[in-house]
Design a protein around this ligand. Structure first.
Ligand SMILES: C[S@@+](CC[C@H](N)C(=O)[O-])C[C@H]1O[C@@H](n2cnc3c(N)ncnc32)[C@H](O)[C@@H]1O
Length: 189
């Protein structure tokens, strides 16, 4: 998905992942150890493939804020998630939104940062770090393919510069999603 202005191939690809890849997403999200009462921010929610799984785990009073720069994907996610009353949908750049600082337990980023222009990535990660409560956690997975992705080293450097300490990471490959970096971070200040 390139994705801000999707073409028919992007829409079809997302539809396939949404309906046939959800067990992969669910396994990943289950492994993050959400308790269910967290306030979670999903940056670049797209059509909601991950958001739907996150919401299933927020069964103890938790809430989800879905943010996306694309009105197309945000409204698709909102329609698909309409049965949940603990989800909100916000459109725009995270660094410019009036989302309250230090108010989230978890920031979730799945295949988004590589789609943001290099020059804008630092501003985005800084803004996300500010949204986290002290001790809050950030989970990220990004593709590392040279043709469409970003190096794991770049993710690690951006996080460190934003005051986020890596507590776990892995570089691996999935049949559906290709080579990728997964990292878990904690806000240290
Ligand atoms: C490849 S899709 C991933 C969607 C979803 N996270 C998933 O894994 O299924 C990338 C999404 O990030 C969004 N996006 C790109 N730049 C963004 C930005 N600066 N702020 C918020 N969302 C952005 C795109 O509109 C798109 O919906």
């Amino acid at each position: 998905m390139s994705m801000k202005d999707p073409n028919i191939i992007d829409v079809l690809g997302e539809w396939m992942v949404y309906w046939f890849g959800s067990s992969l997403y669910k396994d990943y999200i289950r492994g993050l150890g959400l308790v269910g009462d967290e306030k979670v921010l999903d940056l670049g929610c797209g059509g909601g493939a991950c958001a739907r799984c996150i919401l299933e785990f927020l069964s103890r009073g938790g809430a989800l804020t879905c943010v996306d720069i694309s009105e197309f994907w945000l409204s698709k996610a909102e329609k698909r998630m309409r049965k949940y009353d603990n989800a909100e949908f916000v459109s725009g750049e995270i660094s410019e939104l009036g989302v309250e600082d230090s108010s989230y337990d978890v920031v979730f980023i799945h295949f988004v940062l590589h789609d943001i222009e290099r020059g804008q990535r630092e501003t985005t990660v800084d803004a996300l770090s500010r949204k986290l409560k002290p001790g809050g956690r950030l989970f990220i997975r990004e593709p590392t393919k040279e043709s469409h992705g970003m190096p794991a080293r770049e993710v690690k450097d951006l996080m460190k510069a934003a005051g986020l300490r890596e507590v776990w990471s892995e570089e691996g490959k999935s049949i559906l999603l290709g080579p990728m970096y997964a990292g878990r971070y904690r806000k240290t200040v």
